[in-house]
Design a protein around this ligand. Structure first.
Ligand SMILES: Nc1nc2c(ncn2[C@@H]2O[C@H](COP(=O)(O)OP(=O)(O)OP(=O)(O)O)[C@@H](O)[C@H]2O)c(=O)[nH]1
Ligand SMILES: [Mg+2]
Length: 209
């Protein structure tokens, strides 16, 4: 199992010309504002404040690169769907993210985060369409799993598995994993998918978790 021994903030990117010079494989963290991207990234790295998480939605504005084990990047993408963001900025976000995803090769895996208590939003579905279109393997991470009673969470996971069964069997979805930053449930499964995706490269079909 991959073990994270070092993690450091490398740089924020607001423009694709600012991408790090050194090309390494990347694991992306994608989801709407406040869904728990920074919290998940911190938990995977066993760090409290590597990626700043906060109660104020829309805080992460740039694409933030973290260097992991001097060998891999974790990339925290700006959250979307925050109502107070002006329209012009939203268009800028869309272009930046799509251009970012188009780069292909270096992207080993995307973590698509969705709040376990909610249905995917139209922007979540658009993101998943992009991931499928650009053939980027991804995991659906159902966040804040501690906020649902166990039986309800199980029903929600089943509903997601049914709804996205074609993405799971024929598409790029590598699994649907509930996660809680409080209990760390799901961390082991996610580390396993990360390890697999880094080892095997992106075009091969892998076992779903
Ligand atoms: N109970 C519970 N709270 C969580 C969990 N994950 C995140 N939170 C809380 O949700 C809020 C948002 O978490 P962040 O990790 O900052 O969310 P983000 O997706 O990085 O948000 P932006 O950077 O604004 O896009 C914080 O108050 C976290 O403490 C979880 O698994 N359980
Ligand atoms: Mg964040």
């Amino acid at each position: 199992m991959i073990k994270i021994t070092s993690a450091e903030f490398l740089q924020g990117v607001a423009d694709l010309r600012q991408l790090p010079k050194r090309e390494l494989k990347e694991v992306l963290f994608i989801g709407r504002s406040n869904v728990g991207k920074s919290s998940l990234l911190n938990k995977l790295c066993n760090r409290k404040n590597l990626a700043r998480s906060s109660a104020t939605p829309g805080k992460t504005r740039e694409i933030n690169y973290y260097l992991i084990n001097d060998d891999l990047y974790f990339v925290d993408l700006p959250g979307y769907g925050y109502a107070k963001v002006p329209e012009q900025m939203r268009a800028g976000w869309k272009k930046l993210i799509e251009d970012f995803l188009k780069r292909g090769e270096p992207i080993a895996l995307a973590m698509q985060l969705i709040d376990s208590r909610q249905e995917p939003t139209p922007l979540d579905l658009m993101m998943m369409d992009w991931l499928e279109y650009y053939e980027i393997p991804y995991v659906l991470v159902l966040t804040k799993a501690d906020k649902l009673p166990v039986s309800k969470l199980a029903r929600q996971i089943d509903a997601y598995k049914e709804r996205f069964s074609s993405q799971l069997t024929e598409g790029c979805c590598r699994g649907i994993v509930p996660f809680s930053v409080v209990s760390a449930d799901g961390k082991g499964d996610l580390m396993k998918v990360i390890q697999q995706s880094i080892k095997e490269g992106r075009r091969e079909k892998k076992e779903a978790v």
